[in-house]
Design a protein around this ligand. Structure first.
Ligand code: THU
Length: 160
């Protein structure tokens, strides 16, 4: 028997001014997507922007539903949007931004478990890491260099 320790590494940016100009543009795209979210029930809006290897930027936002479980998160809307349009093109980065009509979201909002699992699927398939940047409406931005840092010991197709 032995114990192992799994460590994750993150980069913390104090605000968007610390991002490179191309990353700042991607964050602005995530905010643009967030502003089009359909979140009348939770009042919590999330936007995601993806940078693909071919230079295309693909957006998604959360889409809620009166039958609550029928809604979908921004990250999965964006990833499936990309996968449906460009199934063979690798995803390099995803930016996630969240805001609320009820309170100020000043902490980084990390992707939910189901979205982490979905990102894992595409990172494993493309055999190339996906950088994940997430933030709130204001405040710090957190960068992970791979979904492994957010979902270690993930279930993936190599286990089937
Ligand atoms: N939401 C996302 O879009 N992404 C996440 O990773 C967490 C939650 C959405 C789902 C729902 O519309 C709202 O935020 C509140 O949970």
């Amino acid at each position: 028997m032995k114990e192992i320790k799994i460590t994750s590494k993150f980069t913390i940016y104090e605000n968007s001014n610390e991002l490179s100009s191309s990353n700042k543009s991607l964050l602005l795209k995530a905010i643009e997507a967030r502003n089009n979210a359909y979140s009348p029930y939770s009042k919590f809006s999330v936007g995601a922007s993806l940078l693909l290897e071919n230079g295309k930027i693909i957006l998604g936002n959360n889409q809620e539903n009166a039958a609550y479980p029928s809604g979908m998160c921004a990250e999965r809307v964006a990833i499936w949007n990309a996968a449906s349009q460009y199934p063979k093109i690798k995803i390099q980065k995803i930016f996630i931004s969240a805001s609320s009509k009820i309170s100020i979201v000043n902490k980084p909002v990390s992707p939910c478990g189901a979205c982490r699992q979905t990102i894992t699927e595409y990172e494993v398939n493309q055999a190339q890491n996906i950088e994940i940047f997430f933030t709130g409406e204001t405040g710090k931005i957190i960068q992970a260099n791979s979904i492994n840092d957010l979902l270690p010991l993930a279930f993936d197709k190599t286990l089937l």
